[in-house]
Design a protein around this ligand. Structure first.
Ligand SMILES: Cc1cc2nc3c(=O)[nH]c(=O)nc-3n(C[C@H](O)[C@H](O)[C@H](O)COP(=O)(O)OP(=O)(O)OC[C@H]3O[C@@H](n4cnc5c(N)ncnc54)[C@H](O)[C@@H]3O)c2cc1C
Ligand code: FES
Length: 340
């Protein structure tokens, strides 16, 4: 389909030094997988960044705008999405294969389903065996009633000794999996959890922590916070939590408990973007990013999770506050067909 992009029938990609022949019309990911390389991937449509790799030489045509899921820093360093890159010349790329090697598919069953807000549901899943992941990472989840369809969801807890995992799933209008989970009982249904994926986890340091979560983006942030609490992390922390209205805030008791047990200063700042002017809400109003400048310092290490628009706006503000881009870690909750 894209063979008009280059005259040669095939080009060669060096993937971590291994030669891979790319046929006309193939993406780098397709060619690598066909050649037996365990190239990391999940959505295959430019929505999750799992297939990111660094272009060392050569030129590619990108089928979608990579800036949607890659950070400015990654783009500057030459990162591309293998599933969205068609090589125009011979190329060389570097990819971290360690995550894919640690990845496994584990079967399980839904044992709990609880509504957290009017459009976010918590799923509790008993896995047949423990799946090892870092708090903050995500997995591909598939549910038996939807067959092979799978979507990315962040673990809402650190690894549990009883091999249970939790996800917080926000309903996306017209979305297959999130609508099912938010509108029908799925307790007892078989699932497959495929992971771990992603690089959203707490880097060791002494710097003050700034967490920014929007909607179901609280899931990996809670996992990171619980894990850090367990590990007796002693870093001052601020959690900014953006939601629309008061009834969209959830896990407040849990956040309160974390704040009480945290071994350094802990500030929780809920921000509502849609609270009615005459509502009883006494907290912050507006966008979560409006309050970043009050909390971010050049020393901050920031962890952001939620809708791409929130992440982009907050990342820009963090940069203005002097936060180094290497200390900004973000997971964009993109949907496969883009933001809705
Ligand atoms: C790394 C990562 C982590 C994530 N973690 C979470 C999380 O913890 N919690 C969470 O709630 N979400 C999370 N997401 C988002 C999640 O993966 C899903 O994208 C989301 O739940 C929607 O899935 P769905 O099956 O309901 O919607 P989909 O069926 O994928 O549909 C998404 C949207 O596209 C539209 N659409 C469907 N088909 C088409 C089509 N053919 N053409 C055009 N438009 C179409 C739908 O109407 C809908 O609006 C994460 C995403 C990523 C990338
Ligand atoms: S597999 Fe390429 S962006 Fe998801």
């Amino acid at each position: 389909m894209f063979s008009f992009l280059r005259k040669q029938e095939t080009v060669t990609a060096q993937v971590n030094g291994l030669p891979v022949t790319i046929q006309a019309g193939e993406t780098l990911l397709q060619a690598a997988l066909r050649s037996g390389i365990a190239f990391p991937h999940s959505c295959r449509v430019g929505g999750c960044a799992t297939c990111k790799c660094r272009l060392l030489s050569g030129r590619v045509k990108e089928l979608t705008r990579p800036g949607y899921v890659l950070s400015d820093d990654e783009l500057e360093r030459g990162y591309i999405l293998a599933c969205q890159s068609v090589a125009l010349t011979d190329i060389a790329v570097e990819v971290d294969l360690s995550a894919q090697q640690a990845r496994s598919k584990v079967a399980g069953r839904v044992i709990g389903q609880q509504r957290l807000t009017h459009d976010i549901t918590q799923l509790r899943i008993q896995l047949s065996e423990s799946l090892q992941y870092k708090a903050g990472q995500f997995a591909q989840l598939s549910l038996a009633p939807l067959g092979e369809l799978e979507r990315s969801y962040s673990f809402a807890t650190p690894v549990q000794p009883d091999a249970q995992v939790q996800f917080f799933i926000r309903k996306v209008v017209g979305g297959a999996l999130s609508t099912l989970v938010n509108e029908r009982s799925v307790v007892g249904e078989e699932v497959v959890v495929d992971g771990p994926l992603g690089d959203f986890w707490l880097r060791p340091a002494d710097a003050p922590l700034l967490f920014i979560a929007g909607g179901s983006g609280l899931a990996p942030v809670l996992a990171v916070l619980r894990d850090a609490l367990h590990a007796s992390v002693r870093r001052p922390a601020t959690l900014l939590f953006g939601a629309r209205e008061e009834h969209d805030l959830y896990a407040l008791e849990e956040i309160k408990a974390i704040a009480q047990d945290w071994r350094a200063a802990f500030e929780f700042v809920p921000v509502l973007s849609g609270a009615a002017a005459d509502s009883s809400w006494k907290g912050r109003r507006g966008m979560v990013g409006d309050y970043l400048a009050q909390h971010a310092t050049p020393e901050s290490h920031a962890y952001l999770c939620g809708p791409p628009a929130m992440i982009d706006a907050c990342s820009a503000t963090l940069a203005q506050c002097g936060v180094d881009s290497k200390h900004i870690h973000a997971d964009r909750f993109t949907t496969i067909w883009g933001d809705k």
